[in-house]
Design a protein. Structure first.
Length: 369
């Protein structure tokens, strides 16, 4: 589903204005009461990047794949109200049973990176790549992608990856084919391939808008084809942020997510997935100093949970993930009250023809993880 489709749905199913006229105390009380009445028929997963006002109601907190897997382990949950973004709810729908319904409180909660690779662009690009390199390419996609892209990858023998298992998955992919197409985040692909020993000059970038490549070398030297996509949050971190943090306090340690640009990752002390960042800070010595390069809601939560350490955002002027922040208390309450009234709003479903190959790409990853 594309952004335009989401906007169309929002026009048809709009939250009533009176939900924004209620005070927070009343909304919180109503949500809690509904959770108690519905019991285990209701399950609310909350992504790490959610606001605190929402995450307080999460029955499980985690990254997108972990939450979808937890949903699949909750057979009594008839209704899964996913506090995340659209592609995460899609994955939950594909991994859960037919009797379970996945709801997204606000259909505008999308992901700019996932939307940077649509299926039409991908099929067009794949056709061009086949003409250049033939049957020597295996596609991989970050889980932060639409079900349609996961299905494309599954169809052509590829798999999904997470920021936690991406190195293992790239090694596996290189055992299968000579080249890799990495969707949709160029930074995660570049950072990981370089760490595994692939020189930058053996990577090219495919631009889906121009249907052309950003590359000056010989075609036969290409090992990794990077889709020209990025995370709008992590791309806002720069080398200047790292230099400034180190200049201001030489004892500070910089830890960033691998969705950050290549030069930022190279300049940092540590790089890893969201769980890696959380675990590293948790296990760090009291009094240690950290600058974290990832989403602001998560950074603020880490700061609050570790008062014994000096922690700050690598970019203090960074905004939280705006699409993730679409999920708020009024939307959460509205979706829950509609459920209690017997009306399911904003249900997320993936067509079986798409889900079949998409699940295949997820299963290949899970078998290797």
């Amino acid at each position: 589903m594309e952004v335009t489709d989401l906007l169309g749905l929002e026009a048809d199913i709009r939250i009533p204005n009176h939900y924004y006229e209620r005070n927070e105390e009343e909304i919180v009380a109503r949500i809690q009461a509904i959770k108690e009445r519905m019991g285990d028929r209701l399950f609310i997963p909350g992504h790490h990047y959610q606001k605190d006002e929402v995450i307080q109601f999460a029955d499980a907190r985690g990254d997108s794949l972990k939450l979808a897997q937890i949903c699949a382990e909750m057979p009594n949950a008839e209704f899964i109200v996913f506090c995340g973004v659209h592609f995460m709810a899609e994955t939950a729908d594909m991994l859960t049973k037919e009797h379970q319904q996945v709801i997204l409180p606000d259909m505008r909660a999308g992901c700019s990176m996932a939307d940077m690779a649509d299926i039409e662009q991908t099929e067009r690009g794949w056709e061009r790549m086949q003409k250049i390199w033939g049957d020597s390419i295996l596609p991989l996609t970050y889980v932060d992608s639409t079900a349609a892209i996961k299905g494309f990858v599954g169809k052509y023998g590829g798999a999904c990856v997470t920021s936690g298992n991406v190195k293992k998955m790239l090694r596996w992919a290189f055992d299968q084919k000579e080249r890799i197409l990495f969707l949709p985040d160029q930074h995660l692909g570049r950072n990981t391939a370089f760490e595994l020993g692939v020189p930058l000059e053996h990577m090219c970038v495919y631009d889906p808008i121009s249907n052309d490549f950003e590359y000056e070398g010989a075609w036969e030297d290409v090992r990794v084809i990077l889709w020209k996509g990025h995370c709008s949050v992590h791309e806002k971190f720069t080398v200047e942020h790292v230099k400034h943090a180190k200049l201001r306090d030489p004892e500070i340690q910089v830890i960033v997510h691998p969705e950050c640009p290549f030069d930022v990752v190279q300049a940092s002390d540590f790089t890893g997935s969201t769980n890696y960042i959380i675990d590293t800070i948790t296990q760090a010595e009291a009094g240690s100093k950290w600058a974290i390069g990832t989403e602001m809601n998560l950074v603020n939560r880490i700061i609050a949970e570790h008062p014994d350490k000096q922690i700050e955002s690598l970019n203090p002027f960074l905004c939280p993930c705006l699409t993730m922040n679409r999920i708020d208390l009024p939307h959460l309450l509205w979706s829950l009250e509609e459920l209690e009234a017997g009306r399911v709003v904003n249900r997320i479903t993936v067509e079986p023809s798409v889900a079949q190959n998409a699940v295949l790409s997820l299963e290949r990853m899970l078998e290797l993880s």
